[in-house]
Design a protein around this ligand. Structure first.
Ligand code: HEC
Length: 142
């Protein structure tokens, strides 16, 4: 009997709180409903990897790129030693001419387009592999 009374009081207090909170929620819910229309927001932050991951050019080029040392100097969206792939893609249209020209540069190496740091030659690469890699790079447009 000694315990029941404070317990009852606590329960009443709890019920009171729940009711008060519930009531409060309802009012704020009704007033803020028109403003809660933002489900489109996450779409904006999609990465280039996610954007193109299902493209056959992406899949093939990336697989070949991973067998070489490209990633030690290039990242998709950030410049490290070399320009980001996104920057290269923004500079060149993916035409046959540009793909051949850039594939030759990857094979032979080169300097002066993006700065003072040279890209070393990759003479072990076939023209076909270099072109697939470059096609992947030029796909990565924002
Ligand atoms: C040791 C660092 C390094 C490695 C490894 C490297 N690159 Fe580069 N890459 C560079 C630099 C530096 C440049 C900028 C050259 C310039 O300014 O002309 C560049 C430029 C490029 C360009 C743009 C060329 C142009 O003329 O605009 C492409 C495409 C490219 N790299 C692809 C690749 C691929 C594919 C690989 C792997 C096979 C690779 N790179 C490996 C450093 C590197």
């Amino acid at each position: 009997m000694k315990i029941t009374k404070p317990l009852n009081l606590a329960l009443v207090a709890l019920a009171g709180f729940t009711f008060a909170c519930g009531g409060g929620d309802k009012t704020s819910e009704t007033t803020s409903t028109p403003a809660v229309e933002t489900p489109a927001a996450p779409e904006k932050e999609i990465s280039l990897e996610e954007k193109y991951q299902d493209d056959p050019i992406y899949i093939k080029g990336l697989a070949k790129l991973k067998t070489s040392d490209c990633t030690s100097c290039h990242m998709v969206e950030r410049k490290i030693v070399g320009p980001s792939y996104a920057d290269v893609a923004a500079k060149y249209e993916a035409t046959d001419e540009n793909i051949t020209m850039l594939a030759e540069k990857v094979i032979n190496g080169g300097v002066g387009v993006w700065g003072e740091i040279p890209m070393p030659p990759h003479t072990a690469l076939s023209m076909e592999d270099a072109k697939d890699m470059v096609s992947y790079v030029l796909l990565l447009k924002k």
